[in-house]
Design a protein around this ligand. Structure first.
Ligand code: P6P
Length: 280
């Protein structure tokens, strides 16, 4: 029950977060620990989720992509949150999301210590995808309450879409070769917010990646807050995840905000990717 209670806190916060966007499209003074500018909306969502999640008996630690330190409050699970993933999309009024990882371990912890993960997608509808106890469920969130719309979600067998982040000239040659083969088979769907792009893969099948870049060999996305939770969800839905050589769940972060190359989607594409990258 305690994981469902955590999911309920996230769902019940969606109206407050969505309603806060309009007036908080400006940049706050600070940067997040990854050196990225923070919108006022990032800061607001972070404070709101910290307060509500730490108020639960089942949560003892709150870590966020928006803050350097972990907040603690007694015993319980450790939650790792990206309060507003893709917040730069507020300016262009495109989709964005919230990412949640529930770790049964002290952070930073490997993805294998995840016991649940979820994401909220702020799109035309507010939806939530949860992974827990070996199953993925999709909900529409209305008035802060989750209404299930898809049970036992699995990636479709016939993949349709792909989305690859980073600038093409920055892609290493082996990833570029992989991308060229994928482009012959699938349709491009890339919107600049991981949650929205991953949700395309969860809905239509395919592959999403924010790969290693020549200038950033660890890529852009954070292992604890983005890579592992999304890897957990996609793998629970029958897909695969990879940092280029192993599942995103096998990575052991040495630092809270460690970045990792992220590749998730249908198993055949992740197998192709790893084969291509292992010829390095
Ligand atoms: P780029 C959003 O800032 C984010 O962290 C992810 O949600 C998204 O996948 C990626 O960065 C987009 O990065 O370089 O395409 O703007």
């Amino acid at each position: 029950m305690s994981v469902e209670t955590i999911f309920d806190v996230i769902a019940s916060s969606t109206d407050d977060i969505r309603d806060s966007l309009a007036g908080r499209r400006t940049y706050a003074d600070g940067q997040n620990p990854s050196g990225e500018q923070q919108l006022a909306a990032d800061v607001h969502a972070d404070r709101l989720l910290e307060e509500r999640l730490l108020a639960l008996d089942s949560v003892g630690a709150y870590a966020s992509e928006e803050r350097e330190e972990i907040s603690t409050d007694g015993a319980g699970y450790s939650v790792a949150v990206d309060p507003l993933d893709g917040s730069s999309n507020v300016k262009s009024n495109n989709a964005m999301g919230t990412v949640l990882g529930v770790y049964d371990a002290e952070l930073p912890a490997p993805g294998r210590s995840l016991i649940a993960a979820a994401y909220v997608l702020y799109g035309p509808l507010t939806t939530m995808m949860t992974a827990h106890d070996g199953t993925v469920t999709e909900y529409v969130v209305e008035d802060g309450a989750r209404q299930p719309v898809r049970e036992n979600v699995t990636l479709p067998d016939d993949p349709v879409v792909y989305g690859f982040g980073g600038r093409v000239p920055e892609w290493p040659d082996d990833f570029s070769t992989f991308a060229s083969s994928v482009e012959q088979e699938l349709k491009l769907r890339y919107g600049g917010a991981m949650i929205a792009d991953v949700n395309q893969v969860m809905t239509y099948g395919g592959v999403f990646a924010y790969p290693a870049l020549e200038s950033h060999p660890d890529g852009k996305l954070r292992l604890l807050f983005e890579g592992a939770p999304i890897g957990y969800i996609v793998e629970t839905a029958g897909g695969r995840s990879s940092d280029g050589s192993q599942s995103l769940l096998d990575g052991t972060p040495s630092a809270l905000h460690q970045r990792v190359p992220v590749h998730v989607g249908n198993a055949e594409y992740i197998a192709q990717l790893e084969e291509r990258l292992q010829t390095r």
